[in-house]
Ligand binder design. Sequence first.
Ligand code: LLP
Length: 423
Amino acid sequence: MSSSPSSEQRSSAEAAPASGLTIDGVEAAAIAAALGTPCYAYSAAAIRAAYQRVDRAFGDLPHAVHYALKANSTLAIARLLRSFGAKADANSMGEVEVALRAGFTPDDIVFTGVGKSPEELERGVALGLLTINVESPGELDRLDRIARARGTVARVALRVNPDIDAQSHPHISTGLKSNKFGVPIEMAPALFREIARRQGLRANGVHVHIGSQITSLDALLRAAQAAVSLAVALRAEGIPIQHVDFGGGLGISYDDNAVPDPTDYVRRLVKLMAPTGLEAIVEPGRTLVGPAGYLLSRVVDVKHFEGGRRFVVLDAGMTELMRPALYGAFHKIEPVQPRGGVPSLVDIVGPICESTDSFARDRLLAPVDTGDLIVIRDVGAYGAAMASTYLRRPLAPEALVDAGGWQVIRRRQTLDDLLSLEA
Ligand code: LLP
């Protein structure tokens, strides 16, 4: 049997794609046919539901959900979250500027980053961001100097490091003393007193973020408790803390294993916060957009040699989705239009010249052939946002499915786009 459809079959397939995976009623194959592969597609409804679940779980507690743009800062996704009432968490000046272009105001934006450049600090102070999460005594000094020179007062929070093991992948755990993030929590009271003495600074919050893809509610709650206790003690001293920012970090289920329920987590935060009269801030990224994203890719080759492994080679690789190569992350992978037949164990790999360019090893996959469309699931967070143009591979396009239709929210980069920066 020929491994790719005749051109006649292909065009009829494009005109009326056979059924298969749908995203909120839209056929994934239709998006792939229009955009080419690899491409990303997101469900607006899934993002809306995830946002509302978190927001509503706070009930009457004063709170704000600052979407962690790093998970996916495509403008249309940022605008979408803003339209639901989200605020923004930026981790670079690029993300701050994207937030502003998406319609967020400086008052909506918290700015975190372990190594903010002088330019980033200047711009953050000039904008008057809601809060700049400060990561070190040195950064406090620099901010104070910048604010005084501008004759203004910068609102800051201190990012505390509670020395708590998030029990996540070590590459994305940030809450241990051995990690580069924040200041040891036991140093915080002295630093807050120092802030109170600085003319250019006003402390409005305590910030903690111990990692990402965390599935231990216990670790998250211990960090939260430590931050709340600190905030309460500071208030008792007369330091006018207004909020506790619990960061992001809650994990999602990539593989159907049980993970903590976001509603449950937020309710536990509410319990901690209700007696304090303080405002709660959370910075979720993955839980809001992760499950809403699909990476559509075509099989470009299938190969198997006597006594060797069975490889399914896709047109997507670590350039589009870095998570498996970087963290050994698991993502579900399936044919978009299954052919039927007995699944077999295969290695699902990308086309890039590195052996780490692999999405799955010994994965049970239904039969596929060259030209078949494949979906990689749960890629809405840290997928497109971490893409690269290695091998001069242009960035993949992105589509947003909403209200029964879909639109392109980022076109495919062209080689001319790529080369336009070069002499
Ligand atoms: N707030 C701060 C200060 C952060 O550093 C992060 C993520 C978040 C919020 C959002 O965390 P989330 O709710 O998404 O877990 N590239 C990795 C994840 C890195 C997360 C870095 N910080 C991955 O693909 O798993």
